[in-house]
Ligand binder design. Structure first.
Ligand code: ADP
Length: 256
């Protein structure tokens, strides 16, 4: 399209003068849109062939007694990597959807207490011996998109489990703080050094590659959280200490 994107810049000087100017940012916006569409389209196109590959691998691996052992091992490796790729494409596709929806007005009212309850159940299936500790101190809802918020909060909670020793407690709370609403996900896990905070939400950024490769994440979790937060006018806060644990918070402005 030939729509233009203009940015209004206001600069105030100490002498009391104010300078207003309008900047044409159309190129930047269009390049960003193209990048997003491209990533979305590629992810979408790669999914079908990958599904076929995974399907055949599953079929072969369902009955391996006629195959030499080294072949079976290789096929199992391939199947594992194909699964990883499927997760990665799923997250990439989801991220590009969220980015596209970021500027759209959210119309649902989301009950955060209910969302956390649902997540607690899901966690209960994954970690039956270590339930999510929940504290819902306010019944107010926020304007938003349930699926998006669920994916953001579940990424935070799953990270809390992934980056903590087995059996270590994870806490989730929802409360009012002044005019704002605050969701905290807190763990007593390995923690993160403050030098990484500013880059954590970048796509594929990892504190320690060797550590993350065994946890099986895609490296897109916090990028998803960041864009969901932005789309809801919420702020993502990271508070963490190496060796002590982390708190990731989503702070929602007063809901009008
Ligand atoms: P990943 O798929 O690697 O978990 P994320 O985007 O979700 O990707 O997280 C980025 C990185 O931030 C992780 O690789 C990990 O190093 C660090 N991280 C995220 N959450 C936590 C946490 N609760 N405790 C410690 N480190 C974390």
């Amino acid at each position: 399209s030939t729509r233009s994107f203009l940015q209004l810049v206001v600069t105030s000087f100490a002498e009391g003068d104010t300078l207003l100017f309008i900047r044409d940012v159309s190129d930047r916006v269009r390049t960003e849109q193209m990048r997003r569409d491209f990533v979305g389209n590629v992810s979408h196109e790669l999914r079908t062939p990958l599904t076929v590959i995974s399907g055949y691998l599953d079929t072969i691996l369902a009955d391996t007694h006629l195959l030499p052992v080294p072949y079976v091992k290789a096929l199992q490796q391939m199947s594992g990597q194909a699964n990883r790729m499927e997760l990665l494409l799923k997250d990439l596709l989801w991220l590009s959807r969220i980015e596209t929806a970021e500027r759209k007005e959210k119309s649902e009212w989301v009950d955060m207490g209910r969302l956390l309850g649902e997540l607690q159940q899901e966690i209960g299936n994954l970690y039956p011996d270590n339930p999510l500790k929940l504290s819902v101190q306010c019944q107010d809802r926020v304007k938003g998109d349930y699926r998006e918020l669920y994916s953001a909060v579940s990424n935070l909670v799953l990270n809390a489990y992934k980056y903590s020793p087995d059996g270590s407690e994870v806490f989730a709370s929802w409360r009012k703080q002044g005019e704002d609403y605050r969701l905290d996900i807190r763990d007593r896990g390995i923690g993160i050094d403050a030098s990484h905070f500013s880059r954590l939400t970048e796509r594929f950024y990892r504190v320690d590659d060797s550590r993350s490769s065994t946890t099986g994440g895609t490296g897109l979790g916090l990028a998803i959280v960041k864009h969901v937060a932005a789309g809801h006018g919420a702020q993502l806060k990271i508070d963490s200490r190496l060796g002590e644990g982390s708190t990731f918070s989503l702070i929602f402005p007063e809901q009008g």
